[in-house]
Write a protein that binds this ligand. Sequence first.
Ligand code: NAD
Length: 257
Amino acid sequence: MSLAGKTAIVTGSNSGIGLGVAEELARAGADVVLNSYTDTDDDHALAERIAKDHGVTARYIQADLSKGDQARALVEKAGRCDILVNNAGIQHVASIEEFPTEKWDAIIAIMLTSAFHTTAAALPMMRDAGWGRIVNIASAHGLRASPYKGAYVAAKHGVVGFTKVTALETAKEPITANAVCPGYVLTPLVESQIPDTMKKYDMDRETALNEVILTRQPSREFATTEQLGGTVVFLCSDAAAQITGTTISVDGGWTAM
Ligand code: NAD
């Protein structure tokens, strides 16, 4: 399949899953807009590398998605948005009583509220183009809970709900909205949780990965950023034109339990 002629905006795409998704969309022929809150030479070099590797146009646009006006400006600056992938995210792990309010606010703003702003800015562009695909990167934590991840679980359940509303509001148009729900993927977001887990359980890295982190994932394997990218490309294909308002789990069986 080819996504040539389509422009995809992937939020939070200078790392991890977002980068994997941007790469697979570019491989399928889409022009891509990369984003994060930083604005470094490396960020722009990443876009140049993707453009060169896949023969597409790739741009890097800085926007701090904790700010609603910057989230909307990202879409406006891109100028066109056929495919919107809301992916940017952060994590903080603490009990409810000890959860810092600023961390709660940041997680909800970056992972849930930003999707509202980018979607609101992108829908008119999709309607003008007569085609659109919205893919929200939620999580197994959009369908299941874990202790000490209150803000993350609340934001991801919110993303799943907002995806359903987006699908209903666009149901009669050639626009779909779905949520992809990854289990564990070995990205910097998960790497940052490994040292605390090793310390808490007094384990080496391998044991902490296999006996704590991956216990929720029956396959006992991490999903890969390429697999997540491939799932997004599928949702942009003609085969997925009637798939809307639903979740697709890429979680090695986590949510089967
Ligand atoms: P990551 O840390 O590698 O990537 C997160 C991206 O979000 C980065 O590009 C970062 O720069 C960007 N970002 C953070 N704050 C931002 C802000 N204020 N404005 C703009 N961009 C910002 O992590 P990842 O694992 O690739 O996570 C990507 C998404 O996948 C997140 O929504 C995460 O919740 C979700 N997810 C990850 C896993 C996993 O196991 N890694 C599992 C389920 C869901």
